[in-house]
Design a protein around this ligand. Sequence first.
Ligand SMILES: [Zn+2]
Length: 124
Amino acid sequence: MTENLFPILRDRYPEFFSSASLREIRCLPGWLDLIDELCRTLKNHLDTHHELPPIEVRQVKEKFGGLRFYYSGGDAVCRDAVNLAQERSLSTCEVCGQIGTLGGEEWARVRCADHINWSPSVDR
Ligand SMILES: [Zn+2]
């Protein structure tokens, strides 16, 4: 049920997702567009600023309901882009990418009205 985002992102941005320690993207597919847009922004920035240290993604996951994007390299512009994406995840349904709100009884998750009671078939 839960789509694996890692091969998708690694295919699109091999320069970011080639770290040997990175094996999975631990969030649901609703955030794929968000992460994709972030990576595109980072790539465009690095492509025009060759002096910057390359970006290497360490870990991408959901934590306390929000996206966490850990990486090394880049500069302040990259940090701002990552912060913006992490903020936007808090109003983006992790299941489908529609507008959602942070809520939940046992633990916080961002869900739209359609997925308010949705849970992955395989527990994480
Ligand atoms: Zn949804």
